[in-house]
Design a protein around this ligand. Structure first.
Ligand code: HEC
Length: 262
């Protein structure tokens, strides 16, 4: 079965410059198998195991690279991340209460965190927006802040009571970090969405979320085909595509390890 998801125009900014390989490093980055740890079980899945799961296709996924400008619009086919996890821990999606997150590692050291609702349910509310709009890339998966070597530290936002009045100018005309790529315009991130992110960061009770990931974007793939063709080793043979992300901050080459929290 092939599910087709039309992703019309994802205006996304890839902040993955650090993860880009130099040409000489590429052959080492081939990933032909995947180690998955979930629910106390560990399994190694081969490309053939992934291909045996139902294929999902995401069309027209179009991230923008910060250094390279817009990347091409590509169609990706692969196994659904959820199916892969469930093949190792069939009860993973019943663990809503503990809401385990999942850490995905690539052979070049790139690490991405996915939240339980993104994998099993419909991600919604401020936390989903925070991830979809790429705040996680610099401010950390839980808003804890990051200080990557050679880059401007992004301050912790979690637990702070910030107002739209304070934050909108920071995002729209503020420091270089936010305006360099002209991402956070009124259209891309309207004030009510900023408000929803801030209320989640402040730890306010969630209530009824305004924002829900649109159904056609609820896909996370471990892709093994690009534009209908098998990928080459230099592309990475298993790539993670998070279709809901409008900034391709969690787009990941050379995925080799998945670890689900308990
Ligand atoms: C490309 C990295 C990057 C992204 C993406 C990013 N930020 Fe930032 N942010 C920074 C950095 C670096 C700073 C501190 C320096 C500056 O203001 O430029 C900052 C500062 C801030 C501040 C000011 C905090 C303070 O202590 O005054 C807020 C609020 C903020 N960011 C919110 C957000 C939100 C909300 C998002 C997502 C919609 C976001 N940022 C996305 C890098 C980023």
């Amino acid at each position: 079965m092939t599910t087709r998801l039309g992703i019309p125009a994802i205006a996304a900014v890839s902040l993955l410059v650090a993860a880009s390989p130099t040409a000489g490093e590429r052959p080492e980055h081939e990933t032909r198998q995947l180690r998955v740890r979930a629910g106390g079980t560990e399994r190694t899945l081969t490309l053939a195991d992934l291909e045996a799961l139902p294929a999902v296709t995401v069309e027209g996924y179009r991230p923008i690279g910060t250094a390279k400008g817009p990347l091409a619009s590509n169609t990706w086919t692969g196994a659904s991340f959820r199916d892969v996890l469930l093949s190792v821990d069939p009860r993973f999606c019943e663990r809503e209460e503990s809401s385990p997150s999942v850490v995905v590692r690539s052979v070049d050291g790139w690490t991405v965190t996915l939240k339980w609702p993104e994998v099993c349910g419909a991600a919604s509310g401020g936390e989903a927006l925070y991830n979809v709009k790429g705040c996680n890339e610099c401010h950390g998966t839980g808003g804890e802040g990051t200080a990557p070597a050679g880059k401007t530290p992004a301050p912790a936002l979690r637990g702070r009571s910030l107002t739209v009045g304070e934050v909108a100018p920071v995002l729209r005309q503020g420091g270089k970090a936010h305006t360099k790529y002209d991402v956070y315009t009124e259209t891309f991130l309207p004030d009510p969405e900023i408000a929803e992110i801030l209320s989640w960061l402040a730890g306010a009770p969630s209530g009824t979320p305004r924002y829900v990931v649109p159904p056609e974007r609820r896909a996370i793939l471990l892709a093994y085909r690009k534009n209908g063709r098998p990928m080459t080793g230099s592309d990475g043979l298993i790539q993670m595509i998070v279709a809901m992300d409008e900034i391709a901050s969690r787009y990941s080459h050379w995925v080799s390890e998945i670890e689900a929290g308990q």
